[in-house]
Design a protein around this ligand. Structure first.
Ligand code: BJ8
Length: 439
């Protein structure tokens, strides 16, 4: 892509054409999005006013923000895209580059991906790969570097193939998180990644800039924790669907603006809690979703649950609490190496099912169910995800010991199981209604 010849001050279609996207097929995708968005989000009653900002970002998701990112590229900043919560976005921000989450939640590009990847691969992997090879995502087209990670087997092997299309670096994440060898390996890997970012951008990541980037990202995570905190109330001031939308944009949007808008949303939600205003009636069945992440526009499970009369009160997920629970603590870090060590430690605390063992996760799900007064847990597994599917046994055992009902839903991005999904969810919601163990 010859960046100097591309202009962002043009209409969307001209912009996409300049990025080398498949305009005809992209048009089909973009025509579907508003209808789906309308049926999932805009049919809800009594949404908070501040959610309008996130609606506007989604409604022009391939227009306004990619153009803004492109302006950054024209000013000499690099763009680094990622797929996973282990991506240390602070290092990218510290180098004045743009960190971006990449598209991977739609069914549309999966057929293209299946020409290369096995059909029995998780839809998140197929969708991400498909978006690149079918030239349907402007963010992929803008990225100077993609960053993967050695998490599940499917992703690792997909990144090798992705690397044939765009420069891709795979972070070496250890399988274990609780021993000194693993911690040291990961610390060295984060340090190495710092060097890779510096080389790509031609900029040194200084101690001062790294601390500023950590502070910015900590504040973003604190704002998210603040909106989550309001969901402990009954009635709940915001739907799970709307929160999912906010989470899905956390790494698409500019970090400072997103933080400001999320704090504004938090203020409105806190006000609603004080006034007893909710989106679902007081006493509505409360559901915790635990499991695999939901990349935009994967809204299927939340939509089904909330149209069944329940309300989603929290997500133990990488598009949920796993993204913001831990902050990077640089208090007491006197050297840049100390700061990088704190950064590495924060990321190694993410309870991803790719780790063995991952005993903190069942404890965390139980803790969240109690804190958010959940009546039941919906365990979400993307089809062919062996990590989260297998870990279900431990989560189920931990919840049953506490008397908290759980159901496992294994699904993909298609609508082929929507009838069956609806029936199973409705039955579960009916069953958890009398269970008020933690109210
Ligand atoms: S830190 S959860 S974002 S790896 S669902 S692709 S594991 S087969 S997404 Fe994840 Fe990072 Fe862990 Fe979070 Fe593989 Fe499973 Fe698919 Fe998955």
């Amino acid at each position: 892509m010859e960046t100097q010849k591309i202009r962002a001050d043009v209409d969307n279609e001209t912009f996409w054409r300049q990025l080398g996207m498949d305009i005809e097929r992209h048009g089909v995708l973009m025509n579907v999005l508003p209808q789906v968005f309308q049926s999932v989000f805009q049919t809800q009653e009594n949404r908070p006013k501040s959610i309008e900002y996130y609606d506007s970002v989604v409604m022009d998701i391939h227009g306004k923000r990619p153009k803004e990112v492109f302006d950054r590229k024209n000013n000499g900043d690099k763009v680094i895209g990622a797929f996973c919560n282990f991506f240390p976005e602070e290092l990218v921000l510290a180098a004045g580059a743009v960190p971006l989450s990449l598209c991977g939640g739609a069914e549309f590009p999966i057929a293209d991906a299946e020409k290369v990847l096995p059909r029995n691969t998780c839809p998140l992997i197929k969708s991400s790969f498909g978006f690149k090879v079918s030239r349907l995502c402007p963010y992929f087209q803008l990225a100077d570097l993609l960053v993967g990670e050695t998490t599940c087997g499917g992703k690792k092997k997909m990144y090798e193939l992705l690397g044939e299309h765009v420069p891709t670096y795979v972070l070496h994440l250890p399988h274990k998180k609780d021993d000194a060898i693993s911690r040291n390996l990961w610390f060295e890997e984060v340090k190495k990644f710092k060097g890779i970012v510096e080389e790509l951008t031609g900029r040194e990541i200084t101690d001062v800039n790294l601390r500023k980037a950590i502070d910015l990202t900590n504040r973003k995570r604190e704002a998210l924790a603040r909106i989550y905190n309001t969901r402990k109330a009954d009635p709940v001031p915001i739907s799970g669907k709307d929160i999912l939308l906010v989470m899905q944009l956390a790494l698409f949007d500019d970090a400072a603006r997103f933080t400001q808008m999320t704090n504004e949303l938090a203020e409105e939600l806190e006000q609603r809690v004080r006034q007893g205003i909710g989106v679902a009636p007081k006493g509505a069945p409360r559901v915790l979703i635990s499991g695999t992440p939901m990349a935009i526009p994967n809204w299927k499970l939340h939509d089904t649950i909330e149209k069944s009369g329940a309300v989603v009160v929290t997500e133990e997920s990488c598009t949920g609490t796993r993204y913001f629970t831990d902050l990077v603590d640089v208090n007491g870090a006197s050297t840049t190496n100390d700061v990088i060590k704190s950064l590495a430690e924060k990321y190694l605390n993410i309870n991803c099912a790719c780790f063995t063992p991952n005993n903190e996760r069942p404890e965390d799900v139980v803790r969240l169910a109690k804190e958010y007064h959940a009546d039941g847990v919906v365990y979400y597994v993307l089809q062919f995800c062996h990590e989260f599917n297998t870990e279900y046994a431990k989560i189920e055992r931990a919840l049953k010991a506490e008397g908290i009902p759980i159901i496992k839903i294994e699904t993909d991005y298609s609508d082929s199981d929507s009838g069956q999904l609806k029936t199973r969810i409705e039955t579960f919601v009916e069953m958890i209604k009398p269970s008020k163990a933690f109210r």
